[in-house]
Design a protein around this ligand. Structure first.
Ligand code: GCB
Length: 637
C-alpha cells in the first residue's frame, strides 16, 4: 500500500482478517431472537486532511455528537445521495456512524445467552465499537460481518448500548474492486492536498452501511454453520448435511426435513448424514416447471450437555447442476439463461437495501419472463437470494473482482484477499438453490501474463470450496489472448458490437457476433453465455432510422443480437443476459449522462421500448423450452 492510501486508512491495523466461523443468516426460532437496529443513525464525515482525526481523538469513546457536528443518516443506505452536499457525495475516507440502542435486560442477565452484533454489509473497511470497546473490524463491502458482544455488554454500562461504526471507502490496488488514490501536485491547477480516487469500473463507488444492522441471540452452545448438498436419483431426493456446533463438544444434533405442508419427510440424528426423501419435489427454475421453487424446510436442533437446545431452520431446495460441452443442466434438463444483469442501485438510497425496490425488481423480472440474473459486480444482499430461492430465479453469484486492470493487482496480496473473499462468499451463499454458478471476476485484464496463474488458483480454490457448482469469470478479452479461460467451466463473454466497437453500425452485429461465438467455441468447446450486451438509451429519445442513445437504437441492437442467439442456442450458447436491467449511477465522465443508460428499465423502474421487446422474446423462449402453467402464459403469444 502506498503512502497516500495509508493516510486514508490510518488506524486500521490488520487488513486481512482470519475468516470468522459460520455466517448463518439470523432468523428467529424458539432459541433465538433478532432485533433490527437499522433506522436513523447519526453520522459524521472526518474531513481532516488525512482523515485520521476520528481515531486520534477517539470518537468512539464518547457520544459522537460531543465530538463535533453530526447529521442524521438512514441505515441501510449509501450516505452519498442523502444530503445536498457534494463533498459528502464524493467523500473519500473515514465516516462515522453511531446509534444508541436498548438491549433487553433478559439478554444481559441470562449468562447462557450469546448476543451478536451483525452488519449485513458496509463499504469498504469497517471498525465496530460497542460502548467504546472495539469488537471487530472487517475488510470488503457486500458481505456480512459480526461480533459476539455478550462480554462487552455485561462488562460495560447496563442495557444501553452505544454502537459506533467507522467506515472507509478508500480502494487500493489490493482491494476488491481495486482503485488508487492520486494526489494532484500541480499547484497551478490543484490546491495543496488535493486527491482523487481512480477506479476501472463503471458504477458509482457508493459507500456507507448498505444492509441492515441486527442484534441477535443464540444459546452459548449454538449451531454455527450448516452445509447442505443435494442430489436425486429417480424419485428419491438426497440431502447431505453437515452441522457445526460451537460452545459444546458433545451437543446432540437432530435434523428434520419437512415438506411445504408441514409433513416430516425425513429425519436423522448426528451432525453429518444424508436424508432420503421419497417422491421428491425438486427445486425447479421459474418457467421450467408447473411447480417451481419448491423448498423444504430443514430444522436443526442442537442440545448441549446443560439441556439447552438451539434451533435453526434452513430452507432447502433439492436440485442438481451440471455442465456438458454444450449444455447447462438443472435436474438433468437443459437450462437456457434468459435473464438480466443487475446492480444494487436506486435513487437517493444508492446501494442501500430496500424491500420495496427488491420486490418491485422481482415483479419486473417475472413480468418480463426472466428466469435468471447475474449479481454484477458483487454479492447482493442475502434477502435477495432468499427471494430468488422462493421465486425460482436462477443466479450467477459474482464476487467484486471487477476492474482488475493494473498488473500490480495480480500480486500475492491481491490473490490472497481474493481467495479469502471467495471463502466468505461461498460460506454465505452455499445453501441457496438459486445460486447455480460462481463468477470470480468481471472483465479482468485476463491477457496479462499473471492472469493465467491467478485464475488457475482462484478457480481451483473456489471449486475446492464447493464442488457442486461450476465456476466462471466474465471475459471481454479476445479468445486468443485470454489466459484464464482454460480453467473455467462455462465461457461468459461480454461484447458491445455497434457501441464501443463500430459505433452506429448495427449491420455489423450479425457477422461479428457469429465470429465471436465460433472462435470461443472452436478454441475451448465449452458452453457460452453472452453475459453482457446492450446499448445506452436515454428514455424518451427517438429516431428512425435509429441513432445511438435512442430507444429505437437500443431495440435494434438487441434484435440483431437475438438473431444470432437464436441460431447459436441450438448449438452451444446457453444463455443471454442483457446489460442492464435498469439504468444505474456511475462516476461522472464524458461518456455517461447522469449514469449508465443501458437499462431496459429506467432507474425508477419504468420500461423503455427494449423492455417490451425482451418481454416478448423471453416468454416465447419459455414457451418453447419450459413447462408453463396456464396462469403464467404470456397473453399475446
Ligand atoms: C462492461 C462492464 C459493465 C459496464 C458495461 C458498459 O463491459 O462489465 O460494468 O457498465 O460494460 O455499459 O460499459
Amino acid at each position: 500500500m502506498r503512502a497516500a492510501e495509508r493516510l486514508l486508512l490510518a488506524a486500521l491495523c490488520s487488513v486481512c482478517q482470519a475468516l470468522q466461523d459460520g455466517m448463518l443468516f439470523p432468523t428467529e426460532s424458539p432459541s433465538r431472537e433478532v432485533k433490527d437496529v437499522s433506522g436513523l443513525w447519526i453520522f459524521r464525515a472526518d474531513e481532516s486532511p488525512e482523515r485520521s482525526r476520528g481515531f486520534e481523538q477517539q470518537w468512539y469513546k464518547s457520544p459522537l455528537a460531543e465530538t463535533g457536528p453530526v447529521i442524521d443518516m438512514p441505515v441501510p443506505s449509501s450516505y452519498n445521495d442523502i444530503t445536498q452536499d457534494a463533498q459528502i457525495r464524493d467523500f473519500i475516507g473515514w465516516v462515522w456512524y453511531e446509534k444508541d440502542v436498548w438491549v433487553p435486560a433478559r439478554w444481559i442477565q441470562d449468562r447462557g445467552t450469546r448476543i451478536v452484533l451483525r452488519v449485513g454489509s458496509a463499504h469498504y473497511y469497517s471498525v465496530l465499537w460497542v460502548n467504546g470497546v472495539k469488537v471487530t473490524e472487517h475488510v470488503g463491502g457486500h458481505l456480512p460481518f459480526e461480533a459476539d458482544i455478550s462480554g462487552v455488554l455485561r462488562q460495560t454500562s447496563g442495557n444501553q448500548c452505544r454502537i459506533t461504526i467507522a467506515v472507509n471507502n478508500t480502494l487500493t490496488l489490493e482491494t476488491l474492486p481495486p482503485g488508487t488514490i492520486q494526489y494532484m501536485t500541480d499547484r497551478s491547477r490543484y490546491p495543496a492536498g488535493y486527491f482523487v480516487q481512480n477506479t476501472n469500473f463503471d458504477f458509482f463507488n457508493y459507500a456507507g452501511i448498505h444492509r441492515p444492522v441486527l442484534l441477535y441471540t443464540t444459546p452459548k452452545a449454538h449451531i454455527d454453520d450448516i452445509t447442505v448438498e443435494t442430489t436425486f436419483s429417480d424419485n428419491i431426493g438426497l440431502v447431505s448435511f453437515n452441522v457445526s456446533v460451537l460452545g459444546s463438544s458433545k451437543a446432540a444434533v437432530k435434523v428434520t426435513l419437512s415438506a411445504q405442508d408441514g409433513r416430516c419427510v425425513a429425519s436423522a440424528d448426528g451432525s453429518r448424514g444424508v436424508l432420503k426423501v421419497t417422491d421428491v419435489n425438486l427445486w425447479w427454475p421459474y418457467l421450467m416447471h408447473e411447480n417451481p421453487a419448491y423448498l423444504y424446510s430443514m430444522e436443526v436442533q442442537a442440545t448441549a450437555e446443560d439441556g439447552q437446545t438451539d434451533v435453526y431452520t434452513l430452507p432447502v431446495g433439492i436440485r442438481t447442476v451440471k455442465v456438458t460441452s454444450t449444455q447447462f443442466l438443472i435436474n438433468n434438463k437443459p437450462f437456457y439463461f434468459h435473464g438480466v444483469n443487475k446492480h444494487e442501485d436506486a435513487d437517493i438510497r444508492g446501494k442501500g437495501f430496500d424491500w420495496p425496490l427488491v420486490v418491485k425488481d422481482f415483479n419486473l423480472m417475472k413480468w418480463m419472463g426472466a428466469n435468471s440474473f447475474r449479481t454484477s459486480h458483487y454479492p447482493y444482499a442475502e434477502e435477495i437470494l432468499q427471494m430468488a430461492d422462493r421465486h425460482g430465479i436462477v443466479i450467477i453469484d459474482e464476487c467484486p473482482g471487477v476492474g482488475i486492470k493494473d498488473i500490480r493487482s495480480f500480486g500475492n496480496v491481491s490473490l490472497a484477499h481474493h481467495l479469502t473473499f471467495m471463502e466468505e462468499l461461498v460460506r454465505r451463499d452455499k445453501n441457496h438453490p438459486s445460486v447455480v454458478m460462481w463468477s470470480v471476476a468481471n472483465e479482468p485484464a485476463s491477457e496479462m501474463p499473471p492472469a493465467g496463474f491467478y485464475f488457475k488458483e482462484l478457480v481451483s480454490h473456489t471449486r475446492s470450496l464447493d464442488s457442486s457448482r461450476p465456476v466462471t469469470y466474465i471475459t471481454a478479452s479476445n479468445y486468443a489472448r485470454d489466459l484464464g479461460a482454460p480453467y473455467v467451466d462455462v465461457i461468459c463473454v461480454n461484447s458491445y458490437f455497434s457501441w464501443y466497437q463500430d459505433p452506429g453500425h448495427t449491420e455489423l452485429i450479425g457477422l461479428q457476433l457469429n465470429t465471436q461465438f465460433d472462435n470461443w467455441y472452436g478454441k475451448y468447446q465449452k458452453p457460452i453465455i453472452q453475459s453482457e450486451y446492450g446499448a445506452d438509451a436515454v428514455p424518451g429519445l427517438h429516431s428512425d432510422p435509429p441513432m445511438m442513445f435512442t430507444e429505437e437504437y437500443q431495440k435494434t441492437v438487441l434484435q440483431n443480437y437475438h438473431n444470432v442467439f437464436d441460431q447459436k442456442r441450438k448449438e452451444f450458447v446457453i444463455g443471454e443476459l442483457i446489460w442492464n436491467f435498469a439504468d444505474f449511477m456511475t462516476s461522472q465522465s464524458i461518456i455517461r449522462v447522469v449514469g449508465n443508460k443501458k437499462g431496459i428499465f429506467t432507474r425508477q423502474r419504468q420500461p423503455k421500448a427494449g423492455a417490451f421487446l425482451l418481454r416478448e422474446r423471453y416468454w416465447r423462449i419459455a414457451n418453447e423450452t419450459g413447462v408453463l402453467p396456464t396462469w403464467a402464459r404470456y397473453p399475446c403469444l
